[in-house]
Structure formats: C-alpha cells, structure tokens
Design a protein around this ligand. Sequence first.
Ligand SMILES: *Cc1c(COP(=O)(O)O)cnc(C)c1O
Length: 465
Amino acid sequence: MEDIQRQLRAIPSMDKLLALALAQPEMAAIPHAVLVRFLRQTIDEIRRQILDKQLSEISAEVILAQLREILGQAMKPSLKRVINATGVVLHTNLGRAPLSARARERLLDIAEGYSTLEYDVTRGERGSRYSHVASQICALTGAEAAIVVNNNAAAVMLVLSALACGREVIVSRGQLVEIGGSFRVPDVLRQSGAFLIEVGTTNKTHNKDYEQAIGPNTAAILKVHTSNYRIIGFTAQPSDEELVQLAHRHNLPVIDDLGSGTLVPLTADGWREPTVNERLVAGVDVVTFSCDKLFGGAQAGIIAGKKEYIARMQKHPLLRAIRIDKLCLAAIEGTLLDYAVGDPLSDIPVQSMLHTAPAELEERAQRLAADINTLDCGYEVAVISIHSQAGGGALPAANLDGYGVSLKTSKLSTAAFEEKLRNQATPVIVRIYDDQIIFDVRCLSDRDLTKICDILASFDNGVTK
Ligand SMILES: *Cc1c(COP(=O)(O)O)cnc(C)c1O
C-alpha cells in the first residue's frame, strides 16, 4: 500500500511532463492542447498500471515512452498503402486501380481549392457537374451521350430505375451474375422497381427465347458481363446483331452492363474483352462500366449510349443520391486525358501492368531475387514462372504469363512469414503456393522492390536471428 502511494506521488506534474514532451523533436509540432489531452490519457494509464501492480519504476522516461506509444496509435491511419505482390492487377480488396500521374495531378489540384464543379464560368451561373467529362467520354467511346455516377453498381441501378421501373426486363439465365459485395443482378433489378424475366437456360439462350418473352410490359433487354465465371462447352447466346435487331423491332433498348469495360482492346490467354466502342457500334443502346477496373481510374461508374435514354437518367431523382464527388471526377478527367492525349498503355498503371512483356517481368523477378540474395539472410530464393490474373471482373479465368520470386526460410513457417509480411507498417500482400511465399512481380514498382528487401532485411536482424 505504502509502495503504491509512493509510486503515485512519483508521477511528475503535468507542467513538467508537458515541458519534457515539447522538448522531444517529434512532438514539438503537436498543438499544446492535443499533447495535454494525450498526456492525461497516458497518466491515467500509468495510474491504472500502478494500482494493478504492473509498474515498478516510475520515471519521466517511462511516461514519455507510453505517451509516444499512445500518440503513435492515434496517428496511425487505418487506410494504408500496401504492396500488392499477389499479381492480381485489379484487386478489389486492395483498392483496384492505382491512379496515373495525370489523374493524381488533377485530383490534387481540385482537392486543394474551389472548383467549377457546378459553376459555368462563361455564363457566370450555375453549371452541371455532369458536364465536365461527358464530351471526352463520348469522343473516346463513340457514344451520343454519357453520364458519370458514383460506381457501376449505381450506374446499373439508375439505368434500370429510369428505363424500366414498374416494367419487365429480360435477362438470360446464363447472365444472372453475382459479383462480390452482394451485387446480384436479380436483387438490383428488384431494387430498381423492374421485374426480372429470366429466359433460356444456364448454358444456352437463343434469340427466340428473348422473342417469346417480349410482351406489352417489356421495358428492355439487359445483358450482363459474366465477370467472374465462364460458361464453356455446350453454350449459346444470340449474336449482337440478332439481339439488337429483335429489340429495336419492338422499340426496346438493349442495355449492357459491361462490368470492367475497356476503352482499348485487351486480349489474353485466347480471351478478349470487348471495348465499349465495339458494344455501341454493335447497336447496344446503353452500356455501363466501372471507372476503377480496366478503365484504370478512380471509383465511378460511366453510363454511355443514346441521347434519348441518357436524358431520362439525367432527370431521374436517384441521380442526386448517387452523384459523383469532385475528387473522383477530377481524377477521372486526368485518366481520360491519358486516353485522349497520352499513351494509355504506358501512362495508365493498370494498362501498363496488364501489358508488361514477360521478358521484362522475368528481369524484374531476377533483380528482386538477386537483391534478396545480397541481403545474405539465409533465405532460399528462386525465380519462377507463374500466372497472374487481371481481376476486377475482366478476362475471368484468363492466365497472364508472368514471373515471381519464391521464398522460404528455415527460421519461420510459411504461414508465420506471410503474417509478418502482412503486419508491416506498409503491409506486403503475397501469394502462398506449395508452402512457399511467392512475390508476383507484375504489380511491383522499383520502390516496392526496395521496400520488400528492407523489410526482409529487418526480419533477419530484428526478429529471427
Ligand atoms: C464490377 C461489376 C459491377 C459493379 O461495379 P462497381 O463499380 O464495383 O460498382 C457491376 N456489374 C458487373 C458485371 C461487374 O463486373
């Protein structure tokens, strides 16, 4: 008891602790009031530890160390950068598309100040946020009109609400897709107020199936990109030409949820993603696609197509609830510039990662392996040829030829190793294959390679030796 009283009395005064904290270089810039608040929290914690007999020695150093810890926790962001060594280029859990230099530049510029978001400077009156990128999208896709909303899920919802609420929408049974994050075509349709009319079977849908389903209450035919599965074998879908002719004969629009939607042709492993322009040229009336998938930009959804349909969406009350924010809009404008005046295959990170030649990936993997060997930390290292994935609902099941570095150490199990990599200040997300850590180098920049080596070196020095 005496001991506890003595220890409690040994806690220095707030003034003293504050002066001491302010003398620390890393705390000097923190406002006084904030430091006082965190010091109080630290002292409360110290008192608790004394009463619980967890602390034997009280000193200013002990208190400062705990303050540093508490401050560090408070300042640590939850949303952090990670190093993507999975080889999945469009990894939804890892934030999909990294932004290009132009996109980042537009984003920073607009984030810093006021903007013409909804202001028409030539007329000096209210403008529309939807005006900024529409003409570029039309120029790049050949659409008559376009509108950008919060994401592609919202885009599909708006299209269906505006064109089909209270009426029927015909969808092939082979395309009743569920993508991650609970986006399921039947549920989205129901939410929009439209009624789903399923036609055909899982593997085969014929033009006559669509034809027989058309009635007085039909509003549209909806096609959905089978983003995360493939139906192969004994399969059939009508040609675009047939389907478009059928729909237009009945004055119905064909809507196509492209999911990823690419502006430039993309082929891999014998598969090909149709471009947005190709879909529109084929006669599809309205297409929707994500801006943070193959397009390679910030989160948004683009609706492009015939003017008469887009005009109905522009007037729909749902649009206000799913409107795009200015930061995404600014970034999207930067990415559109990459397509319009840049070299999209090298300027847009997603495109460049998808198009990196295997020889370049092999060279990168060899560089990483050599650098890890130079650390001389006893890692077993090998360069291996592997397959990466596009991800993000593009080229489902297509294998992209690539290279990786496999790693093993006798000091840690593969599972423990993977966990340590994941728990770094900059987490490294890897693949595990055949009980080995695999760094797929497709999505790794030179900076990432250096960082990985630094982390591997620190393991050996600090923890496992
Ligand atoms: C990804 C995807 C969506 C959802 O797009 P978000 O931009 O993530 O909202 C919708 N439909 C398909 C077919 C998709 O692949």
